[in-house]
Structure formats: C-alpha cells, structure tokens
Write a protein that binds this ligand. Structure first.
Ligand code: BGC
Length: 713
C-alpha cells in the first residue's frame, strides 16, 4: 500500500479544496483508488461519483479509515479525477459549547491520503484548486456556489499527515436511504415559507431547480425539527449550530445536494428563494450507516405503532457512523450513556454488530491507561469521562452485541477494555467495594430531577447508589465475558461478591423509582425482592401511575415490572397517553423520540433551549421490551442458538406481532385476542422453547399455533 498525504501549499480557509488528477485511460485494464482525508471527501471520475459512500471516511478516533475503490469500469480515454475535501468531523469546530476552547482542529490542513493505481502502477503528481463548496462545517452547514467553475490549478505538497494510523474501512458505509417529498408548504403566522417533510430525520435536502433559474440567484435555507405552538419555525434548540444551506445558482435547470455536511430536521424554511416555492423542487434524503434492518413490531394500537416507528427513525438518525446523542444541535457526539441505554433495542431493530465493533474499538483506543472511559467516543471533550452508566458502555455494549449475534470475537476484542473499566472504578472509588465519589450524570433527565420543569437534569437517585449498582453490574459482565473466553475470572468473582455484599449492607432502602429498578434488575437485593418490587409498583401508582425515570432507570423499568409480576402495570405505563409517558410525545405529533419527557409541554411551551432535542434515542430503549416481552422473542444464551418465545399479552391490545431476522433465521411471534382466548402464531427457524400461560413447550423448527387463556387485567 502506498497511500500518500498531500495538501495545498497555501491556506484554503473555509473553501473546500478539490484535488485533481487527469490521466489517460488508453489500454488501462484495472484502476483502483484508495482514499482517506482530514475532513470528509467526495470523489468523482469524469463527473460521476465513484461510490455511494457519503461523508467518507467516517469518524474514528486515534486512527483513520481508508477506502478502496475499483474504478476500472468508469475509465474513459481521457480522465479527470476530482476529490473535494470538506471540514467534516476532523476540522469542523466540535462541541463548541465548551467555553474558551480553542478549536485547534479547524486550523489543520485539509489533507488527502491518496493512492491511484493503473494496472498496478502508482500515479502521482496531483494538483488542487478551489471548489464550489465555499464553506462547509458539520454544525453550520454548507455554502455552495454553482458558478464557481473556472479556478486555476495549483501545486500540492506532500506532508506526513495527521499522524493517525490508516486502517481499512471497519464500519458500514454511510449511505443515502429514504427520499421524502414535502407533505406541505406552509406560510407561518410570521409569514415564513416553511416546507414540511412529515418526518424528523438526519440527512440533507436535494434541490431540483427548473429551467428558468438564473445565475447568481440565491437560495438560503434553515433547518428545524419542529414548529412552535403558534405554528412558527423553531430552531432555537439547535443552540449554536447554524444549520444553514446557502446555494448560489447557475443558469438553467440544476440539481444540488450538500457534499460535506448533514442536518437533523423535519422542516426547512426558505429564507431566500428566487422562485415560487413548489414541492417538486425539494426532496429530503435520509443519510445513515448502511445497517441492515432485522426487527419489526406492530400491534393493534396506532399510537404504539407510531412510537415504534419513532424509535426506528431515532436509530436511523443517530446511527450515522457513530451512535450519537442527537443529530441537530452543536453536539452530535458519541455519548456513551445514551449508547448503552439503547444498544439492546438497537440490536433488535438492525444488525449493528459491525457498527458497534468499530465504535467499541474507538472506545478502547480512547480509554486512558487507568481505564477511564470518556463521556463521548470519539473523545472530543478533552479527556472528560468516568461517569457511572456512561463509562459502563465499555461492558454493556460488547455484552449485548455478543448476546444478539453470538460471536465471541467482540468479547475478545473488548475484554481488556472491560477489565480496565473495572480497574478504573476500583482505584478511583472512595470506599472499597462501592463506587463513591467521582463525577456522575446520575439518572439523567429523570422527572424527579430538582427543578425539572425549568431544565433540571440530574434525577434524585443517589449517585453513590447508582454508581455502585453499575460497578456490580459491569463486574458481573466481565465475569460472564471472561467465562465465554475461558479466562480465569476468580479475581472478579471475589470482587463481585464483595461489591454485592457491601451494596446490600449500605443501600437497603430505595427512595426513587430508578433505585428500585437498578437494585432489582442487577440482583442487588437478596431475599426481599418481591417486597421491593411491590414497593416500586406502589411508588409508580402513588406517582399517578406514571414513570419518573431518566436515561438510567428507563431502559430497565418495564423489564423489572414484567419480571416481578407487574405486567399489567407495565402495560398501563406503555398505554398512557397523558404527560408523562412514551405515548405523550406521539399525541403531540412526534416522529422521533424526544430527549425529554416534556420536550414540548402540555401547554405547547418548549423545555429549556439549553437541552431539548427532538431526536434522542435513549427513551426508545422501550422497543426492546416490545420485542422481548410483549412479543416475547428472546435468545437463551448468545446469538439465538437457543430461542425462547414467551409472549405477554394484555387485553388492552387486540393483537401484537414481531419479526426478527436472527443469525439462525426468521423468528415470528404474534398473539391475538380471539373468541375469548388468545391465539398465538409462532415461527422458529430451529428447535425452540415456547412459554404459554407459564407452561413450557419444546417445539421443532416451523410454524406453531397455540391457544391460551385471556390474562387477567
Ligand atoms: C447529551 C446527552 C448526554 C448528556 C450527558 C447531553 O448533552 O445530549 O444525551 O448523555 O449530555 O449528560
């Protein structure tokens, strides 16, 4: 391999350089191109894109992916290869809310690592010119001047590059997926022209302008996820992210879509537009990693179906190379806590083994030598990390990926990182066998947070309680993983025993819903579980049959209720439509999962602009309960090599059905209320256990019908 770094000989500032190579293709049989860049690149041969990979080379940490393209079939007699490099993740200002931060990466050169080979011979001597992309940043958008065509070619120079190892593409390619047409063109009360695409998504828009467009006509577009209660365009929750598209037209009909940026949006506002707005000029394009859909859920309740669709769109919108918190404001970061909360649901919805393999490799590379896991991966927050339930992504994510897909390679790769995380906790805690002290986010955005209504973020669950519970849980996962890998885990078994003992002695009262949930779900009670479960149920009822949990408690809440005999109460939480609940945002027209239970309040006001995204997947974790409890599809052990179907019907639904493409084949589970009984239709690709009304049946591969009793509700 002979990838070489080149860069312009002068500062191109905001302009995206276009690297150019013209060459003869006469008699050439094979042509291949390897690329990576400091920023994001788009490559064209003779005006045709060489790949449908967008935002290449993706986002990694301490290493850079390169891609290899066979471009033989695109060759002509005379060829021109043009590669535009935008700021992307590597050179855009990132996490700009960090006060006083010098965004050193914005000063780095827009380097290109390139290797062009014709019939095995390396072709060098590139040139560079200014491109039509006059500005591109992740948060602020793009300025494209379609008239900017005749720019002189300049020399390039070699340089050592950013000093990051180059690795072959590891994650899925990022690609364009759904194309959505406008559902409405609105004139808002303020007189703004706003286009609604009917779906909150991540990607960009394609402009398709007609024949009568004139050179130098300007298009200026703003992006937003929602309208305010008066019907006006609302983008204050993007914080400092300008999220604008500026386009300078040329003469005649033309098509443009951004090259080097993306937006989180449902609505666009035409701030400047040379023509009468017409729906056919605009298409929204969803952009995300090319992960394969594996799971489907549907039931008789339209609002639950919409909730489920919102979870799917939330995953699409936040699985753009890295599992991000949100795609719109000045974050779009790989927050570990959000990823661990959602990973199980994510692995039902889509095949995310490769996606997490890449991200977890970055997590391990970013981990400090003491084992601290950073809050965001890639770490751009200057070494900040070490929070309970966030850093535990190091143990929870590999374990969930192993359970879903059954390949222990992920555990082999991550085992050292998992152990280092435990060692970090053990060496930084104030009290041996608990996790006390440190800086934690707590039960983030729980409803019991102090001053929640006005933007309070940290729930009342005691941080030492929460952190110690995760210390136990992560240690138990290291033991499980170590056993799979045939390691000696006696040291961790002893540690686990001591943590559990001390936890039980220290925390034997439970003050919040999340404290109950964590103690029960992580088996930290011993003896009086039923009492604690009852106390949780009582608390939920006393709270108005409402959840109060945040990012940490919510993913386990429904599981705990159904595991401990409170299935009907769990259904009550699921079916609740008033605030606070999962369905409340659906009644407010949500098409993705909101960051907060009250991102829009019942009176139509917004939560604080400081922290209010409409596309945050964490609370979408409830989807894993829909698959695994409502439809009852579960692996016994890793990778569905053994399958257990234990549906949990409730007569407040008429039917529910899920399908899951596992590594063993398709699993389907449907139940419906039929003539005073429940009919179950179950399909399994291998022998399986089916549990109906508490009785276990062992069945062969194939389709099976059972009838059961109506549950008491
Ligand atoms: C992010 C969250 C994240 C949190 C950490 C926020 O700004 O959007 O999703 O987990 O910070 O507390």
């Amino acid at each position: 391999m002979s990838l070489k770094w080149i860069k312009p000989t002068r500062d191109f500032e905001d302009v995206s350089p276009v690297y150019v190579k013209s060459f003869s293709g006469k008699g050439v049989k094979t042509a291949s191109l390897r690329l990576s860049s400091m920023g994001v690149y788009e490559a064209e041969l003779n005006g045709v894109r060489i790949s449908d990979y967008v935002l290449a080379p993706g986002w990694t940490t301490k290493r850079l992916q390169y891609q290899t393209y066979d471009i033989s079939s695109l060759l002509k007699e005379e060829n021109t290869l043009c590669i535009s490099v935008g700021r992307g993740w590597y050179r855009s200002p990132i996490a700009t809310w960090r006060e006083g931060e010098v965004q050193a990466q914005t000063l780095l050169p827009p380097g290109l690592a390139v290797e062009l080979s014709l019939d095995g011979k390396f072709i060098e001597e590139w040139q560079v010119k200014e491109g039509c992309v006059r500005f591109s940043e992740l948060y602020d958008g793009e300025l494209y001047d379609a008239n900017f065509t005749n720019c002189p070619l300049e020399a390039v120079e070699s340089y050592p590059g950013p000093g990051l190892p180059l690795i072959p593409q590891q994650g899925e390619l990022i690609k364009e997926h759904e194309r959505l047409q406008p559902t409405a063109i609105i004139t808002t009360p303020k007189g703004e022209t706003v286009i609604d695409f009917g779906q909150n998504l991540t990607g960009y828009i394609e402009l398709s302008l007609p024949e009568n467009t004139k050179a130098k006509n300007k298009v200026t577009i703003s992006f937003a996820e929602t309208l305010d209660k008066h019907g006006n365009f609302y983008k204050e929750n993007y914080r400092a992210a300008k999220s604008m598209l500026n386009y300078v037209c040329r003469d005649g009909s033309q098509i443009y879509k951004p090259k080097h940026t993306f937006f989180g949006f449902r609505y666009i506002r035409l701030d400047e537009f040379p023509l009468e707005a017409c729906a056919s000029y605009f298409t929204a394009i969803a952009v995300y990693s090319d992960i394969k859909r594996t799971g489907y859920f549907e039931c008789s309740h339209p609002l639950i179906n919409q909730l489920y669709e919102n979870v799917i769109w939330g995953q699409k919108g936040n699985f753009l190379d890295v599992p991000t918190d949100c795609p719109q404001r000045d974050e779009r970061l790989g927050w570990t806590g959000d990823a661990q909360a959602f990973v199980k649901a994510a692995a039902y919805n889509f095949d995310v083994e490769q996606f997490f393999t890449k991200w977890l490799a970055d997590l391990a590379l970013d981990q400090t030598k003491e084992g601290k896991v950073h809050h965001v991966i890639p770490d751009v927050l200057d070494d900040a990390g070490g929070s309970a339930a966030w850093g535990d992504a190091a143990t929870i994510c590999p374990w969930e990926i192993y359970l879903a897909y059954g390949d222990s390679t992920i555990l082999e790769r991550q085992f050292e990182s998992m152990c280092k995380w435990i060692s970090f906790i053990s060496t930084t805690t104030k009290d041996e066998y608990l996790w006390t002290g440190g800086t934690h986010f707590g039960d983030w955005l729980a409803l019991d947070a102090y001053d929640f209504e006005n933007g309070g973020t940290e729930g009342r669950t005691r941080k030492d309680f929460l952190a110690s519970a995760f210390y136990a849980h992560s240690t138990s996962l290291v033991i499980e993983a170590g056993k799979v890998l045939g390691k000696d885990v006696s040291e961790y078994e002893a540690l686990y025993k001591s943590i559990v003992q001390k936890f039980k002695a220290t925390f034997n009262t439970y003050t919040t819903q999340t404290e109950h949930v964590l103690a029960l779900h992580f088996n930290l009670i011993g003896g009086k579980d039923a009492e604690v479960a009852e106390s949780l149920a009582d608390l939920i009822v006393a709270d108005g049959t409402c959840l109060q949990t945040g990012f940490v408690g919510t993913p386990y809440l429904m599981h705990v209720l159904s595991d401990y005999g409170y299935l009907d109460l769990a259904y009550s939480l699921l079916l609740r439509t008033e605030y606070p609940s999962w369905l409340y945002p659906v009644t407010k027209g949500a098409t993705t999962i909101w960051e907060r239970w009250d991102s829009i309040k019942p009176n139509g006001d917004f939560q604080t602009v400081g922290m209010n995204s409409f596309n945050h997947y964490a609370y979408g974790a409830v989807a894993d309960w829909l698959y695994s409890v409502v439809a009852g599809i579960n692996p016994i052990g890793p990778g569905y090599r053994k399958i257990r179907i234990a549906p949990s019907p409730n007569t407040r639904l008429e039917w529910a059905s899920a399908k899951l493409e596992t590594r063993q084949g398709l699993v389907c589970s449907k139940w419906q209320v039929l003539e005073g009984r429940i009919r179950y239709d179950i399909e399994v690709p291998i022998q399986a256990e089916i549990v109906i009304d508490g009785e276990t049946y062992y069945v062969e591969k194939g389709t099976h019908v059972f009838y059961g009793e109506l549950p008491n509700s």
